[in-house]
Write a protein that binds this ligand. Structure first.
Ligand SMILES: NC(=O)c1ccc[n+]([C@@H]2O[C@H](COP(=O)([O-])OP(=O)(O)OC[C@H]3O[C@@H](n4cnc5c(N)ncnc54)[C@H](O)[C@@H]3O)[C@@H](O)[C@H]2O)c1
Ligand SMILES: [Zn+2]
Length: 371
C-alpha cells in the first residue's frame, strides 16, 4: 500500500467498533484491498450519484474485484432531494435483488448526500451490514463520513430520520477533489477550518497560511490539513459519540447557518457557505458578549472571505431570523446552546434565547411608515 496514506483512528467504546480514516493522494485504486481487509465482505454494493459514478466507480469496482469482491453499482439521482425514504426503499429492493446478505458491504462513493443515504440503508438492511465511506467532497472527507450519523430528510424537515451506524473504514483520496466544483470545494473547507477554530489554533493558523494552496489542491498541503482536521473530529466523536457534551462544539456557526438555509429555502446557499456566515456571526457575537478578545472575529472573517464566501448574513427581517431560530415553536424563549469562541482554538457553549442570539442591531429602529 502507498506510503502517502495518512491514518486517523476513530476510537469508540465496544468491541471492534473503532475504525480508521485513511487519507491519501492517488489512492482510489488501492481501496479494494483495504475494504476487503476492513469488512471481510465477499460482495459490495456501491452507492453513488451520476457525476461521481461516471468518473470514479469503474476504478473502485476494478480495485474491489481485484481484491476478490463481487460488486454491484446503484446510482441515485444527484442532490439533497435524493436523501429520502423513497430512495431508501429503492435501495433495499436493489440489494434484495442482488442477493445482498450480511457479508455484503455497502460502499458510499460520493459526498455527504450519498454517505447519509447509503449509511442509513447499511444501518437498517438486515438490521445492519458493514459500511464503508469513500468520500469525494471536502465536506464528506472531514465531516459527514466521520462520526456515524446517517439519515434522510422527510417532508417535515431535514435529517429527521436516521441512525448511528459507524463505518468500518473511511477511504479518502484527495485527487478526486480535482473534479469537484470550486464552489463546493470552498464550502467544504469551511467545516475543515471550523475544527481548527474551535479546538486547534495551530490548525487554524496553518489554514491561514496555506489556504490558497489547499484550494488549488496541492496534494501534500491538502492531505496534511485534512488529516489534522479529521483527527479533531475523530477525537470529539470518540469522547462523545451521541452528542451529549463536547460534540456540541462542532455546531459552531450552525445556529445561524440553519436559519439562513431555512430562510433561503435551501436553494442558492450551500451548507458550508451558510456555516461560514454563521461562524463570522458567532465570532462577532462572542466578542460582543465579552467572551472572546477583540480581533477574534476579524480572523474568522478574513479566512471565510478568502474562500470567496459572503461574510454578512442575508438581510432577512429580524422577525424571520427569530422565527427560524425557534426550534421549539411552543416555547419561544427556550434556550439554544449557542457555540461561542473563547479565542481562536477554544470554544464553549452559552445558553441564549433566540432574541439574545439575534439581538436588535444597535441603532436600528423600526422604520416609520409615512402617510
Ligand atoms: N452525517 C453527518 O454527520 C453530516 C455532516 C454534515 C453534512 N451532512 C450531510 O451532507 C450533505 C452534504 O454533503 P456534500 O456537501 O458533500 O454534498 P453532495 O453530496 O450533494 O455533493 C455536492 C455535489 O458535488 C458532486 N460531487 C461530489 N463529489 C464529486 C467529485 N469528486 N467530482 C465532481 N463532483 C462531485 C455531487 O454530485 C453533488 O452535486 C447534506 O445532506 C448534509 O445533511 C451529514
Ligand atoms: Zn455542517
Amino acid at each position: 500500500m502507498s506510503s502517502r496514506v495518512r491514518s486517523v483512528r476513530v476510537g469508540l467504546a465496544g468491541k471492534d467498533r473503532s475504525y480508521p480514516v485513511r487519507i491519501g493522494a492517488g489512492t482510489l485504486d488501492d481501496a479494494g484491498d483495504a475494504i476487503a481487509q476492513a469488512t471481510k465482505a465477499t460482495r459490495a454494493v456501491i452507492v453513488s450519484v451520476p457525476p461521481v459514478a461516471r468518473r470514479y466507480a469503474p476504478r473502485l469496482e476494478r480495485s474491489l474485484r481485484a481484491a476478490g469482491i463481487r460488486t454491484h453499482r446503484i446510482v441515485v439521482p444527484d442532490g439533497d432531494a435524493s436523501k429520502n425514504l423513497a430512495q431508501v426503499s429503492k435501495l433495499y429492493d436493489a440489494m434484495l435483488e442482488f442477493g445482498a446478505d450480511r457479508s455484503t458491504a455497502v460502499v458510499a462513493l460520493g459526498g455527504g448526500v450519498v454517505g447519509d443515504l447509503a449509511g442509513f440503508v447499511a444501518a437498517s438492511y438486515l438490521r445492519g451490514v458493514p459500511f464503508v465511506q469513500v468520500p469525494t467532497t471536502v465536506l464528506a472527507m472531514v465531516d459527514s463520513s466521520v462520526g456515524g450519523k446517517t439519515g434522510v430528510n422527510v417532508p417535515q424537515g431535514k435529517n429527521l430520520v436516521g441512525a448511528f451506524h459507524q463505518p468500518r473504514l473511511v477511504w479518502a483520496d484527495v485527487d478526486v477533489l480535482g473534479t469537484l466544483p470550486a464552489r463546493q470545494r470552498a464550502a467544504g473547507m469551511v467545516e475543515a477550518i471550523k475544527h481548527g477554530a474551535i479546538l486547534d489554533r495551530a490548525l487554524f493558523e496553518r489554514f491561514e497560511r496555506d489556504l490558497e494552496r489547499a484550494l488549488d489542491l496541492d496534494p501534500t498541503v491538502l492531505v496534511s490539513l485534512l488529516t489534522r482536521s479529521v483527527a479533531i473530529k475523530a477525537e470529539v466523536v470518540s469522547q462523545d459519540e451521541r452528542e451529549a457534551g463536547i460534540r456540541t462544539l462542532l455546531n459552531f456557526g450552525h445556529t445561524l447557518a440553519h436559519a439562513v438555509e431555512k430562510l433561503s429555502g435551501y436553494q442558492k446557499v450551500l451548507h458550508g457557505e451558510a456555516v461560514g456566515m454563521g461562524m463570522v456571526y458567532a465570532a462577532r457575537h462572542s466578542e460582543a458578549l465579552d467572551l472572546a478578545p477583540a480581533g477574534t472575529a476579524e480572523r474568522i472573517e478574513g479566512i471565510v472571505g478568502r474562500l470567496g464566501i459572503e461574510t454578512e448574513l442575508p438581510s432577512f427581517p429580524r422577525r424571520a431570523y427569530l422565527s427560524a431560530l425557534r426550534v421549539d415553536k411552543k416555547r419561544t424563549e427556550a434556550h439554544i446552546r449557542f457555540v461561542v469562541l473563547r479565542r481562536i482554538g477554544a470554544a464553549d457553549t452559552v445558553p441564549l434565547t433566540p432574541a439574545e442570539v439575534y439581538p436588535p442591531r444597535p441603532g436600528s429602529k423600526k422604520r416609520r411608515v409615512r402617510r
